[in-house]
Design a binder for this molecule. Structure first.
Ligand code: ADE
Ligand code: ZN
Length: 337
């Protein structure tokens, strides 16, 4: 199949995005607009200056810039505009459902109230469903470089909104902050009925994925690349069909892999794992979801059937109720018929 007909298949496939940090969809154009609106000085004066800085050799270098950029987000309107811009862009790629991470501690720490952040995002999500037909769930993400007590404080601060989150996540600097640092917090979140997600095995060793999966009992592993170093772990992931939310262009930008040809996506598909393709922080890593599918397909020589499986997996791995999953799976079948 030619690249262009495969790209049109990718475009046509209804997709779910399961690994997306809303603050990582902050395009420099919008960042500069909001900086001006809020009268905040940004280190970058031009788009070219901003884009020149988007050159990372590891996760921490990216995170430093990611936290810097989000400082210009101050008002409910800012969070709405950020989220609305993402939803419109995702809809262009035929994303029909998104499960979105947000990092409240990165905002409350600098004095922006939890309610301002959350209400702004929720307003845009409601608008996305109404105007674009894109459904969404919000996932409250804890910053793992902070303490477990800080996580408990966030859980308390967010009490008035708990029914608005489908689950919790764990992101930020992975090395030195293993899943078990948050064992009590995750136990509490499980008791409260939240779905459990965790970034694991992006930079961290397979042992971190094991902790997340076996000791914490997460529902989904974000990234999980380094699971592939541990054959027994691969078998567990296969047997339990625990979803992995892979992010190929992110992996390439953060030097988790040196070349897209080294992406584990094809090997994971062939091993029978429930792998999905996602964009992570698309404004920083050079592409939204369709481009992640396209570049991965091109580098790995994915077949059309494998692309269709990835779209299927995106809904199967979602937190949608069974009937919702079936509706989207049928729409994929109709789109490729
Ligand atoms: N926060 C935003 N993107 C992230 C990533 N890829 N890994 C860890 N934390 C993140
Ligand atoms: Zn991520």
């Amino acid at each position: 199949m030619t690249d262009s007909s495969q790209n049109s298949l990718i475009q046509r496939l209804p997709k779910a995005e399961l690994h997306l940090h809303i603050e990582g969809s902050f395009e420099p154009e919008l960042m500069m607009q909001l900086a001006a609106r809020n009268r905040i000085d940004l280190r970058f004066k031009t788009l070219d200056e901003a884009k020149a800085a988007y050159n990372f050799s590891n996760l921490q270098e990216f995170l430093d810039l990611y936290y810097e950029g989000m400082q210009v987000l101050r008002t409910e309107e800012d969070f709405h505009d950020l989220t609305w811009a993402y939803l419109q862009r995702a809809a262009q790629d035929n994303v029909r459902h998104v499960e979105m991470f947000f990092d409240p501690q990165a905002h409350t720490e600098r004095g922006v109230p939890f309610g301002v952040v959350t209400e702004g995002i929720l307003a845009a999500l409601a608008r996305g469903e109404k105007e674009l037909g894109v459904t969404s769930y919000l996932i409250l993400s804890f910053l793992r470089h902070l303490s477990e007590d800080d996580g408990f404080a966030l859980l308390k601060e967010s009490e008035g909104w708990h029914d608005r989150f489908v689950g919790v996540g764990l992101d930020s600097s992975e090395m030195g902050h293993p899943p078990l640092k948050f064992e009590r917090l995750y136990k509490r979140c499980r008791e409260m009925g939240f779905k459990l997600c965790m970034h694991a095995g992006e930079e961290g060793p397979p042992a971190y994925v094991r902790e997340a999966l076996i000791e914490i009992g997460v529902d989904r592993i974000d990234h999980g690349n380094r699971s592939m170093e541990d054959p027994a772990l691969i078998q567990i992931l296969k047997d339990t069909q625990t979803p992995l939310t892979n992010c190929p262009l992110s992996n390439l930008s953060l030097c988790v892999i040196n070349d897209l040809k080294d992406s584990p996506v094809k090997a994971q598909l062939e091993a029978g794992l429930l792998v999905t393709v996602n964009s992570d922080d698309p404004a920083y890593f050079g592409g939204y979801i369709a481009r992640n599918y396209e570049k991965t397909a091109e580098a790995l020589g994915l077949s059309d059937a494998q692309l269709i499986t990835l779209a299927h997996n995106s809904f199967t791995a979602s937190f949608l109720p069974e009937a919702g999953k079936q509706k989207h799976l049928a729409a994929i079948d109709a789109a490729v018929a």
